[in-house]
Design a protein around this ligand. Structure first.
Ligand SMILES: Nc1ncnc2c1ncn2[C@@H]1O[C@H](COP(=O)(O)OP(=O)(O)OP(=O)(O)O)[C@@H](O)[C@H]1O
Length: 448
């Protein structure tokens, strides 16, 4: 009898331990974190005293543990941020041990080959990576997550002017960006981390939820490889692949914005919402760094790029009330690649991994994006209220093609009313602008 009771208690506690361990709830790493902090040289010597990083609070959550530390005088949050990888690797070391709970779990699913099962368990443990995140609110906050974030999230459209941005940790909740609330966005990230995929998700989401009211002014300075798919849809008013064409596309957008402004003034309304205007106009520039006048070789090129940046700044300043939204993406976030006024007016920022703290500052006004893991689609999304790490959706070519196929129109060649013609210096690709403007029956360009 006594033996039966003690066996039940033993197996009951083993089962509970295995369950807790599966949920990651038994692993309290505060001691280990403090040890790693100390070994990586973050404590401070003050004469004979050593000032340490003091644990103030720890809290268990469904997703893992949160630890709060007071950092010693003489250390900054950045010092800890620079050691993030060391901390993460140190914490993951311990997981390589096979525990009693693991063996207990194994016994439940044992299929007769214990050696192979233990080998598999060890391999899985070695690949098992917990991720950590650091932040600062007066105290250093270290979050240790039980499970890594998913590396691939399928595309899911938003609704109205809300587009999907990505999925956050823990409950895998989708975050959206509402262009009615925050009209402009900047995107940054080193090559190959997901800027263009994100732009595609955004355009497809808008096409699916607002096909009758969305208008695009697309500038693809990566030679047209990313946005050319949208060239022949009715929502694309103008598209450009070279800086000269970019100026024309921006001029078309600017002219339209002025027309709306005049219309609203005549109606006595302050903005498109008050004026009942449902159309929204999206100026999207992939590789805005190509329009940086500082990078120009000739005087003409510099003037052209300055003109482009002037219009981008004006759209950023007065676009909101006139229904204009601007999204700029850049792979080279250096100081002046994004005009100051554009940055000041773009409260939404999405930054994939970048090379340096400086690049992170250009996009986010904060460091951090240089510490993101080398995972495609992993980004920091920041607006006035919050800053979160998320995994952006991966849209498939099939979804893009299927969405586009619903809106393709044949290029129209008729000209607009001659009295609306603006003159411009000829360049490659000008015809494309003429065609689209004529189709929309807006102001058109005519070569001189
Ligand atoms: N959200 C994502 N989830 C998973 N994989 C992704 C995601 N975004 C991009 N990728 C992968 O990364 C590749 C490169 O993405 P993308 O073309 O968007 O990079 P980019 O930042 O625009 O690079 P570049 O500036 O060099 O063009 C994609 O072909 C895809 O395989």
């Amino acid at each position: 009898m006594l033996l039966e009771i003690s066996t039940s208690i033993l197996f009951g506690s083993l089962a509970l331990k295995a369950h807790m361990s599966r949920k990651g709830n038994t692993s309290n790493d505060s001691g280990k974190i403090q040890k790693i902090i100390s070994l990586s040289g973050l404590n401070v010597k003050d004469g004979k005293r050593t000032l340490t990083t003091q644990l103030i609070r720890k809290k268990r959550h469904d997703w893992g543990w949160e630890y709060k530390y007071r950092i010693p005088l003489g250390r900054s949050f950045n010092d800890y941020l620079n050691k993030q990888q060391i901390l993460q690797d140190g914490l993951n070391n311990r997981r390589h041990k096979i525990t009693l709970a693991d063996l207990k779990e194994l016994s439940w699913s044992w299929d007769g080959n214990i050696i192979e099962d233990i080998q598999n368990l060890r391999t899985n443990k070695l690949q098992d990576e917990r991720e950590i995140e650091l932040s600062f609110d007066g105290l250093l906050i270290i979050r240790v997550y039980n499970d890594p974030m998913p590396k691939e999230i399928p595309f899911k459209p938003g609704n109205a002017w809300r587009i999907p941005v990505g999925v956050v940790r823990g409950n895998n909740e989708f975050r959206y960006h509402d262009f009615e609330k925050v009209p402009h966005m900047v995107l940054g990230g080193s090559s190959g981390y997901g800027k263009s995929v994100f732009l595609n998700s955004m355009i497809v989401s808008l096409l699916q939820s607002k096909p009758e009211h969305v208008h695009f002014y697309l500038i693809d300075l990566k030679g047209g490889v990313e946005l050319c798919d949208y060239e022949n849809i009715k929502q694309t008013v103008s598209i450009a692949y070279e800086p000269e064409e970019a100026l024309q596309t921006l001029q078309v957008a600017y002219q339209k914005m002025r027309d709306i402004q005049t219309k609203l003034r005549m109606m006595g309304k302050k903005n498109v919402v008050e004026g009942g205007i449902k159309e929204r106009h999206f100026v999207i520039i992939d590789e805005a760094g190509e329009l940086n006048p500082k990078e120009a070789v000739t005087r003409e090129e510099r003037q052209l790029k300055e003109e482009c940046q002037k219009i981008m700044s004006q759209i950023a300043r007065i676009g909101r009330s006139n229904g204009f939204r601007q999204v700029l993406a850049t792979q080279y976030p250096v100081g002046d690649c994004l005009p100051r006024q554009v940055k000041q007016n773009s409260d939404a920022k999405l930054c994939f991994r970048v090379q340096s703290e400086t690049a992170s500052r250009v996009v986010l006004d904060n460091e951090g994006a240089e510490q993101l893991p080398q995972i495609k689609g992993r980004a920091i999304f920041q607006n006035a209220d919050q800053r979160e790490i998320l995994q952006t959706p991966l849209i498939t070519t099939e979804i893009i093609e299927e969405t586009i196929s619903r809106h393709v129109v044949k290029p129209v060649t008729e000209k607009a009313d001659p009295k609306n013609v603006i003159r411009f210096t000829p360049s490659k690709g000008g015809d494309k602008v003429v065609e689209r403007k004529a189709r929309e029956n807006l102001v058109t360009f005519e070569e001189v």
